[in-house]
Design a binder for this molecule. Sequence first.
Ligand code: MF3
Ligand code: CO
Ligand code: CO
Length: 271
Amino acid sequence: MSITIKTAEDIAGMRLACRLASEVLDYIAPHIKPGITTKEIDRLGAECMAAQGTNSATVGYQPPGYPPYPGSLCTSVNHVVCHGIPNDKPLKKGDIVNVDVTIITKDGWYGDNSRMYLIGECSIAAKRLSALTYDAMWLGIQQVRPGAHLGDIGHAIQKFAEGHGFSVVREFCGHGIGKVFHEEPQVLHYGRPGTLEELKPGMVFTIEPMINAGRREIKEFGNDGWTIVTKDRSLSAQWEHTVLVTETGYEVMTLSAGSPPPPAFVTATAT
Ligand code: MF3
Ligand code: CO
Ligand code: CO
């Protein structure tokens, strides 16, 4: 298989899927506060998808070597890097949580995105990690245009994250997406400028850096087959958008009324 180039019709399908994926996060957002459990977040997500007429791409998802994923979304708290399974433990003040939602529309298109939420007042270190991971994602997004290379995206993210004393998780990456959840290419969040695939209009992929406050090493947690944590138990943050390569640059597809605004350095350079 190779990288799919989306047609105008495909792009219309992806725009809808991505907006709906973002609206699931909008729906959940006001409920995320101290005392809510990640299972309740999962139930709210499923309720929103049912109202939309979409399906969760994660429930029952089973790549080779994995057990079926049980949640309608992923909830990764504090030192959980990704793929946290919703559970009955209430969130408490000072926690940070990533909620990652992937939906499938009636027409079979996938939209994939995630945001961080701060639970009550958080430490300066936690707020800084979440905010700088958001900036790192947008720095990656800003590299996207025809003629740029995947390595430019990874490099921009790595340079910024490591420049702030953080580390970039290597084992998981962004991915092409369309009528398949994870398709080519792999979008690494580290790398060298000018390397790897050249970007062409019509490519659609996610940018979803996982940034650790401490060391980059990760490990599996427990025996659920999914949950990934930092080896040194340091905090980890992640943000994710699905992005289209346009004729002139990029279009962030996973936007909706509740999306946080882009960082100031993006609005400042937008034409
Ligand atoms: N949404 C995740 C991603 O960004 C994948 C989650 S797979 C799951 O690629 F099974 F853990 F839900
Ligand atoms: Co993804
Ligand atoms: Co995702």
